[in-house]
Design a protein around this ligand. Structure first.
Ligand code: SAM
Ligand code: SF4
Length: 327
């Protein structure tokens, strides 16, 4: 079992499989993209499988595949098939922009992968296009409805962006009226690769909640799992639910059970810090799994207690783009 220096069990891996993406969300990266990693700096398929297997042996029982856009990686299904065969891995989930997922929906079902987080910051075509800088709304919406009706457990993630999508909050909540979907509103974080100026948070979770209560005064708070990052609510009469994720306010650090590995093999123990080590070169040199496991144990044994504490240790963390970190 992986336990950090603050006695938190680390059982959840967020694994980025690429830093590439076919969208250019303006809160994530600049229009021209970022300095994407050279291809041979990305973890190979064999490395992704090895890494996942040894971390599952160490006690990871939940893996979320992220990126960049995971489905931009052509060999993604090979990894998912491999993960589906790992006996003690209880939960495989994917975070995606849902532009490229269509051809894979049937096989995801067969593999038993049911948990999909779908990023959607606007449900009107024009706003979607302005935010993502790509005209792909119809495709995303079609895949969203397909995933829901095919029985996937879909969570829609919307980043609340001042001046860009506040009107979309009520529109997105309407999705929960007839669909068993969870719509989650996330605070914006300053990881946009220099795309936007981020001076201070404009819409924190309290302000988002107040805004929602204006239209839906009788919302009810729901019980959430102790490691949940979202505060969840239901709206009477609605089939789905909604949640607020204080990703910038960081109210959930005390129960953080997460470990991140970037597409280039960086071990990230907190979103608000810098990588603690890199496993790509180590894996390329080291045939013994135990040496790789030891590197993870050392990183996990030296975590900051909170994202605020971590942020204090480093300069320039806010220059990163989320497409390199994985969200
Ligand atoms: N491309 C996939 C997607 O968009 O779902 C997966 C990778 S994306 C980096 C993972 C998550 O990070 C998405 O939900 C995205 O909205 C979120 N994200 C990206 N930049 C962010 C930022 N600056 N603040 C908060 N969330 C961000
Ligand atoms: Fe791509 Fe996801 Fe970043 Fe949007 S948030 S640019 S879809 S990686």
């Amino acid at each position: 079992m992986l336990i950090d220096n603050h006695n938190r069990v680390i059982n959840y891996l967020r694994l980025a499989v690429t830093d590439r993406c076919n969208l250019r969300c303006n809160y994530c990266m600049p229009a021209e993209g970022i300095d994407f990693a050279a291809r041979d700096h990305l973890l190979s398929m064999a490395e992704l499988k090895r890494l996942s297997k040894l971390l599952v042996e160490e006690g990871i029982d939940k893996i979320r595949i992220t990126g960049g856009e995971p489905f931009a990686r052509k060999d993604l299904m090979s990894l998912l098939r491999f993960l589906a065969g790992l006996e003690t891995l209880k939960d495989i989930s994917i975070t995606t922009n849902a532009t490229l997922i269509g051809p894979y929906i049937e096989e995801l079902k067969l593999l038993g992968i049911r948990n999909i987080n779908l990023s959607l910051d606007a449900i009107t075509r024009e706003r979607f296009k302005n935010i993502t800088r790509r005209d792909q709304f119809d495709l995303v919406y079609e895949n969203l409805i397909r995933l829901i009706t095919e029985g996937f457990n879909v969570r829609v993630n919307c980043i609340v962006l001042d001046g860009q999508n506040i009107e979309e909050i009520y529109e997105l909540l309407e999705l929960t009226r007839h669909y068993p979907v969870s719509v989650r509103f996330l605070e914006e974080m300053p990881f946009n690769g220099g795309s936007r100026t981020f001076n201070k948070i404009q819409w924190d979770f309290r302000r988002i909640l107040k805004h929602i209560q204006v239209k839906y005064p009788s919302i009810q708070k729901l019980e959430s799992e102790p490691t949940s990052t979202s505060i969840n609510y239901s709206i009477p009469g609605h089939e789905g639910t909604f949640g607020l994720i204080p990703s910038f306010s960081r109210t959930f650090c005390g129960s953080c059970n997460r470990l991140r590995v970037s597409a280039t093999g960086d071990i990230i123990t907190c979103l608000y810090g810098k990588p603690r080590a890199n496993v790509r070169d180590l894996m390329r040199l080291e045939p013994e799994d135990d040496a790789v496991k030891q590197t993870f144990r050392a990183a996990i044994g030296n975590r900051s207690k909170t994202g605020f504490e971590e942020q204090e240790k480093y300069k320039n963390v806010f220059k990163n783009s989320m497409t390199s970190i994985g969200g």
